[in-house]
Each structure stands twice: as C-alpha cells, then as structure tokens.
Design a protein around this ligand. Structure first.
Ligand SMILES: [Zn+2]
Ligand SMILES: [Zn+2]
Length: 242
C-alpha cells in the first residue's frame, strides 16, 4: 500500500503541463492545440445529473425504476457514482484513453471523479482500480484505470493499492452478453488480497458503468476477502443502455 501526498499530484500535473508544452496534443472536440480534451469541451460535455438511482447513480427510467439495480440478482456495493454521460465526445475520449495511450486524460478524468467524490460523504480507507488480466496488460502495456485511480487517490489524499484487487484471467468482451452470461463470464475472475482489504471501506475506480456487472463482481470479490464496504466511482455511465 502506498501513502499518497498532494505534492506528488502537483509534480505530476506540472510534468504533464511541461510535456504538453513541447508536444501539444489536439482537442478531440474542437481541434485546438494544448490538450486531448480542452477545458471548454470538457465543461460542455454532458454530466450524469437529475434523477438518479440512490444506489448506483444511474439515471432513472420514466417509471422511476433503476435499469441497473433491478437487473442484478444481488448487489454487493453500497454506492456508485459517475461523472459524465457516456456519449459523443466523452465516449471517444475514453476510447482514446483506453486504446491510444492518451494518458494525459487521466488528470482531467481524476479531477472529474474527485468533484463527484466531494459531493458524497463516503468513509473511504483505500482506493483500488478495476484490474485487467496479466495477458491484457502485456498486450496493451498499461491499465488506463490505474492512471485515473492513482491520480484521484493522490488528489483526495487517500491510500491507494494497485494489487488489492486482481483479475485472474482474461474474459470475453461483455457487450454482446446478457446479464446471466455476463455473470458467468466474470465468475471467479476477480480476487482481492485479504491482507490489504480486510475490514476496510474500499473505493473502486472504473472507466464506464454499463450494466454494473463488473463493478458488482469486484465488490463481491472484495467482500469475500473481508472488505467492510465497497463504493465505486466511474468516469462515465451509459444513460439508457444496460
Ligand atoms: Zn475543445
Ligand atoms: Zn441503481
């Protein structure tokens, strides 16, 4: 486990600014030089707001029923909240962040989930990223969620662990599977380190909340290893698709 420090955050932020000064990226939204997503485009992007489920933070349907919680058989997390709606520009930014090494975006994403975190009163002891399998890490070279989770933890001055939660094997893409298949697909895929999480209140950081199956399976693994409670923050959430 690492103890985090606000000064490290300042140093990382300064380093990024320096790097982008010499190698200015272009904004995915308006094309202006200086950032992968400029402050104006980020400010204009749709946030998750209005009537949301108390438990998972998803926008409620017209019938006030949560499309996510009503589908999960058993819910293992206490609360989840998301910053952006997973639409248009944010969808593209997360895709680039995940697959095209636009890691500079981790600062913006961490700031956004930090703002959401400040609106909640969650008693958090430890921050962990949603893990990827070893095969996936070798193939991609990085876990984008680690970048956001670590930057967030430094910002929020919370302890962070990259190993508290692990993904033991590679799983199929979830997008074409129904809820029962998703659960089977992820069954036993995650495992938490008892020594790191036991008795603690854990915050899991992920990029997108879609059906909630991944977040729920992470929470299940953490509780199985003795975690007292599990909260989640994601950069974005799908509004309608579950
Ligand atoms: Zn822009
Ligand atoms: Zn819900």
């Amino acid at each position: 486990m690492e103890t985090t420090d606000g000064r490290i955050y300042q140093a990382i932020a300064f380093g990024w600014r320096l790097l982008t000064w010499f190698f200015p990226p272009r904004c995915l939204g308006c094309g202006i030089h200086g950032a992968n997503l400029c402050a104006d485009c980020a400010a204009a992007a749709e946030r998750i707001s209005g009537f949301v489920c108390r438990r998972c933070g998803k926008p409620l349907g017209a019938d006030n029923v949560c499309p996510l919680c009503s589908r999960l058989e058993k819910i293992y997390f206490e609360r989840v909240r998301s910053a952006f709606a997973y639409e248009d520009l944010i969808r593209e930014a997360i895709h680039q962040f995940k697959f095209k090494r636009k890691l500079e975006l981790s600062l913006l994403f961490a700031n956004e989930i930090f703002s959401v975190y400040l609106t909640q009163k969650w008693p958090i002891d430890l921050v962990v990223p949603t893990p990827i399998s070893r095969e996936r890490r070798n193939e991609r070279g990085y876990n984008q969620t680690e970048w956001v989770a670590r930057t967030f933890a430094i910002r929020a001055e919370l302890p962070y662990s990259a190993t508290g939660l692990q993904k033991l094997r590679e799983t199929e893409s979830q997008s074409s599977l129904n809820e029962a298949e998703r659960r089977r697909n992820l069954d036993g895929a995650f495992e938490a380190e008892r020594i790191t999480v036991q008795g603690k209140s854990i915050l899991v950081v992920d990029d997108v909340l879609t059906t909630g199956t991944t977040m729920n399976e992470c929470a299940r693994a953490l509780k199985k290893a003795g975690a007292g409670s599990v909260y989640g923050l994601t950069i974005a959430a799908t509004k309608n698709r579950v």
